[in-house]
Design a binder for this molecule. Structure first.
Ligand code: CMP
Length: 138
């Protein structure tokens, strides 16, 4: 079992100035940063990252939103990283997220939900490799 996951702080949270608070909460929860960068995705890059959702009705909206401003992408390490990180961020829809979770605290809607977290070890590897070469991971 891999102990790494992949996350993005999305344009809504970046624009509202929550990046520092979110990163602090991640670190305080025991995650180690393996790799981290700030970037502005093109629509083609956002579309490629979320290609798995291509057939979903919200795909166009998702791609537009994810390319609407800068994001922070990061690979994180911790025991049970994927499941523990999903607990830390809370449900995809912030109105259903538990108190104290990152989405409950900082997200406004299911579309603009502040952070991404990988849903499996397999996807964590694929998503991390989308943004970072092996040389950029420590
Ligand atoms: P994320 O964890 O980044 O993975 C896929 C994203 O699609 C998800 O977070 C949401 O931001 C977005 N998403 C999921 N369901 C909807 C929806 N019904 N409407 C708009 N966006 C959605």
């Amino acid at each position: 079992m891999s102990n790494r996951t992949f996350t993005m702080i999305k344009p809504d949270a970046m624009k509202k100035g929550y990046a520092g608070k979110i990163l602090d909460q991640i670190l305080q929860s025991g995650f180690r940063i393996v790799a981290l960068k700030q970037l502005h995705l093109s629509t083609a890059q956002a579309g490629a990252f979320y290609a798995v959702h291509k057939e979903r009705p919200f795909y166009g909206e998702l791609v537009e939103f994810m390319s609407s401003g800068v994001i922070i992408a990061a690979i994180l390490e911790k025991e049970n990283a994927v499941s523990d990180f999903r607990k830390l961020i809370g449900a995809t829809d912030p109105s259903k997220a538990d108190e104290g979770t990152i989405r409950k605290l900082y997200a406004s809607s299911v579309g603009e939900n502040a952070v991404h977290g990988s849903d499996s070890d397999e996807n964590a590897l694929i998503e991390g490799a989308f943004f970072f070469s092996g040389l950029e991971q420590y």
